[in-house]
Write a protein of this length. Structure first.
Length: 103
C-alpha cells in the first residue's frame, strides 16, 4: 500500500482468496476504517487468482469508501477473472485513477 495525492493505492499481488483475505482485512481494511480513507484504488493487475471470497472482500471495502462519499476505483488492465466488474468504477491504470479522483 502507498498513499499519494490523497489516494490510498492498494496493490494486490498473487492470490486474493479465502486464505489470503485476512491479510487484506487486517492491513487495508483496518486502515480504511480507522483513518476514514475516502479515495482508494484497488490495483488488481498483478493478481493471478481471485475466488469469490476474495472478490467479496474487495467489494466490501470498495463500497465502504463510496458510502463515505469517497471515490473507490478498481484498476484492472484486463479482466482475467469470472466476476462482473461492470458496476464498478474501472480505470486501466493508476495514472488514470489520479486524474479521476482529482477532477
Amino acid at each position: 500500500m502507498t498513499s499519494r495525492y490523497g489516494i490510498l493505492f492498494v496493490r494486490l499481488f498473487g492470490e486474493v482468496t479465502k486464505k489470503t483475505r485476512k491479510k487484506l482485512n487486517d492491513e487495508a481494511g483496518a486502515l480504511i476504517k480507522k483513518a476514514g480513507i475516502l479515495n482508494v484504488v484497488f490495483n488488481l493487475e498483478n493478481v493471478s487468482m481471485m475466488d469469490e471470497s476474495g472478490f467479496k472482500t474487495v467489494v466490501k471495502y470498495y463500497n465502504l469508501c463510496n458510502r463515505n462519499n469517497g471515490n473507490s476505483l478498481i484498476c484492472l488492465s484486463k479482466n482475467r477473472f469470472n466476476f462482473d466488474f461492470t458496476r464498478f468504477n474501472m480505470v486501466p491504470d493508476e495514472f488514470s485513477a489520479i486524474k479521476v479522483v482529482n477532477i
